[in-house]
Structures are given as C-alpha cells and as structure tokens.
Design a protein around this ligand. Sequence first.
Ligand SMILES: Cc1cc2nc3c(=O)[nH]c(=O)nc-3n(C[C@H](O)[C@H](O)[C@H](O)COP(=O)(O)O)c2cc1C
Length: 269
Amino acid sequence: MCSCEDSLEGMIPSEALKAFKAFINKDIGIACDFLMRHYRGEYWPRRSSTMPPLRRRRGGKTIKLPNPKNLTTPIGIVMRTRRSADDFTGEPISIEDLATILYLAVGITGWTWAYGYERYPLRAYPSAGALQPVEAYPVVNNVVGLESGLYRYDPFDHSLEVLKLGHFNQLLVDLALGQDHVGRAAVVVVLTVYYARTRWKYWKRSLRYVLLDAGSAMENFYLAAVGLGLGVRAVGAFYDNELCRFLGIDCVEEFPVILMLIGRGTTLH
Ligand SMILES: Cc1cc2nc3c(=O)[nH]c(=O)nc-3n(C[C@H](O)[C@H](O)[C@H](O)COP(=O)(O)O)c2cc1C
C-alpha cells in the first residue's frame, strides 16, 4: 500500500514517524495536531550545524576591569531587602562596584565541556542549553575611573569594550519615554539578548527561553547592587528601534530587553 506514511518517512525523523503512527491508530485529530506541531518546529527543532560563536567582539578598544569585590552581606538579607530605588542622587559609583555587579550578574563563574568546545563557560545566570544569549552594555554616566560613554561587557576577560565615548544620559531619558530618573543613575546597563544563539537550538521555544535567561540576569543585577548597598531599578519602557540604533544592533538577531539603572539610590519606603 502506498500511504502518506511512505512519503513522510524521508521527511521526518523516525521517532516522529513512530509517534505519528501510534496517534493515527488512536485518533486522527491528535495525529494531525501532532504533525502540525512537528512542522511548526515545536517538537524537533530544525537547527543548522553550527552554533553562532560564544564570544562576540565589536572591535573596540578594551579596558580591563578590576577584580570583583567579595560581598559579605548574607544572601537571605539581600533577597529580603531587595527593592527598586525610587530615584538616584546623581553621585558617582566606583569602577570596582560596576565590575563586581557585572561579574555577579552576567560574568563567567565556572567552566565545563559542551558543544565540542575544549572548555565551555558557565555564567552567573542559568541559561537554557547553556547558550548564554544575554549581553550587557553599560552606558556610563558617573563612574569614578571610567569615561562617560557606551561600553560592552566582555565576560571572557572581564573587560569593557569601548563602543562610543560621550554623555548619553539625556539621550537615555528620551529613549526611556522621558523617565527622568534614568538620567540620574550613575550607570545604565542595557541588557540585550542575542536571539540567534538560542534559536539555533530551540527554534520556537527560543523567545521564552531568552526572556527567562534575561530575567535571571536582571535579578542578579538587583541582588549584586543591593549587596553593595547601591540603588538599582529595572526599566522596561523604551523605544526599541531608537535604542537598537544607539547600541548598533539590528533589533532582530539581537534586541534589548531591559535597562538596569544603578547608582546611589533614594527610596521612599
Ligand atoms: C520588567 C520590568 C519592567 C519595569 N519597568 C519599569 C519602568 O519602565 N520604569 C520604572 O521606573 N520602573 C520599572 N520597573 C520597576 C518596577 O516598577 C518595580 O520593580 C515594582 O514597582 C516593584 O517594586 P520593587 O522592585 O521595589 O519590589 C520595572 C520592573 C520590571 C521587572
């Protein structure tokens, strides 16, 4: 008998075909649903053979960051007292504080083996498939030891890549729909996700995974800043295209997800 199963054989993996046949025997409706999900990539993602590179450089000059500080506040107290700062005083923070926060939020904190790499990094935030799509772009406004400007954190050598120097705090206020506390933070770290890296493996599930990864990194920023006695606030309201243009990213393969405001905080509660 020449059935549709014969033509499916060459098109879908044998486990899928076996499951499809089993469903046909039970319920043709379920079988059709299964097939549609399969072709939408929800069960067996179609992936290309090579993963986008883990280490990305934009070609800028790099500045080595100081070693991270040791935080001594007990984790339970940090978690219990974590709050968003209502505003920022505009006073500076130190480069050591910024280095500590970047390391504890998105830094490389361990190594393993995966994907054919000899040594494969692990990050401070958990990541689906260990694909680590979260990128951090500090926009420095008032950090002792650093010129104002846009940087990119390179976790591989714990350094900052200089993308453009200048005063961008008013631009960031405008990009964040006029929220003026944005301009008083000592530094605003723009978190983006490099969607292409997670999509390579997870296809349709990638969006939820990259956002979960970024959410974990966001919480790390909160905990590290609070542990250092600094103010911190997440800001999710911003103009996507204009922010992408400022960062020099395409908003498709890589797009911004949250701004992390850090500085000397003021609080009403
Ligand atoms: C995804 C997300 C987006 C947010 N966007 C903004 C924002 O655009 N502006 C702002 O001032 N705060 C923003 N916040 C901070 C929240 O308002 C704050 O977390 C909330 O009021 C709870 O207060 P708490 O963090 O002190 O517990 C955001 C927080 C999250 C998690």
